[in-house]
Design a protein around this ligand. Structure first.
Ligand code: ZN
Length: 309
């Protein structure tokens, strides 16, 4: 217990300029982790320190943690991590509050990520289109979406380098277990800028319209651990199934029913194994490249057939 008290005093002292942290409070947090959750003392100290750092948004160097690691933005998958980035400022947005000095989108070859810089951090402003090395930024998560926060300890170094910004590509591999409704031969709203899929000839925004035929597949792929939603657009659907738009229209006309197309597609692909790569949009992976696999054992050696859209 005396040990924890000593650690608590050290931690409280480190934050005395920034937060109102009492030794008792720190000791209680440490004790909970160590006694109740059996966390090693060093790990508990790091965890408690990190929680105060995040609260204060302050100098990690001041409390003697090691150097941060340079990561790719699309590899960020945890909250409250201190990382370094090599990024290009892709887009600046209008801050919604006076407390925010800059907000926008940073990108590297792996994809893009939102960033926020706070007025209190008094950092230099970043310029759109320029590339930077950013040291000591903190990751943040909201509803499964990650962002990074610049803070007072962040160092900004402009770099003379053209960074190609990627599209947050992901690859999912597994059994295609379902073809969802809204797949096959569909109709889209023809209104300018609206590509909504019609339900019974109606657009949710524009009401009854004369829709335009399109092909797509909303599929579910199970990789053994989780299920992933994948969308094949018209070109990808044609390549995957061998059914092109004209053939699909003919099938539907002959059967007097558009659902025959989805039925045929379902019968053709459900139960097969695929590797699908493409940019992510919310929970969807948009199939840019895909390959059929013989089965689960082949995952490691799969050759992904690249295709352009
Ligand atoms: Zn519409």
């Amino acid at each position: 217990m005396t040990d924890l008290r000593t650690h608590a005093a050290e931690i409280a002292a480190q934050f005395s300029d920034h937060l109102d942290v009492s030794e008792d409070e720190v000791e209680t947090k440490l004790n909970t982790l160590v006694s109740e959750y059996k966390v090693p003392v060093d790990e508990a100290k790091r965890s408690v320190t990190n929680s105060y750092l995040a609260e204060a948004g302050i100098e990690r160097d001041e409390i003697g943690r090691g150097g941060t690691e340079e990561v790719l933005v699309n590899d960020i998958d945890a909250d409250e991590q201190w990382v370094d980035l090599r990024v290009k400022l892709v887009d600046l947005w209008e801050p919604r509050s006076d407390s925010i000095s800059q907000v926008g989108l940073l990108g590297d070859e792996s994809g893009t990520i939102k960033f926020v810089s706070f007025s209190t951090s008094e950092l230099e402003e970043l310029d759109e289109g320029e590339s930077y090395r950013l040291s000591n930024v903190v990751t943040d998560e909201y509803e499964g979406r990650y962002s990074v926060k610049l803070n007072r300890t962040t160092t900004i170094t402009e770099i003379d380098e053209e960074i190609e910004v990627g599209d947050n590509s992901d690859t999912v591999e597994g059994a295609l277990v379902d073809v969802q409704s809204g797949s096959g031969l569909i109709k889209r709203c023809p209104e300018e800028g609206c590509t909504r899929v019609l339900q019974n000839g109606r657009c949710a925004e524009h009401g009854e319209v004369d829709g335009e035929f399109d092909l797509r597949i909303k599929a579910v792929i199970d990789d053994g651990n989780a299920v992933h939603d994948v969308i094949f657009n018209r070109e990808a659907t044609e390549e995957l199934t061998g059914i092109d738009l004209e053939a699909a229209k003919t099938m539907a006309k002959d059967a007097l029913d558009t659902t025959v197309v989805a039925d045929e597609i379902r019968a053709d692909i459900v139960g097969r194994y695929y590797s699908v790569t493409g940019p992510t949009l919310g929970r969807y992976v948009l199939a840019d490249a895909f390959a059929e696999l013989d089965g689960p054992a082949e995952y490691e050696n799969v050759l992904i057939k690249a295709r352009s859209i």
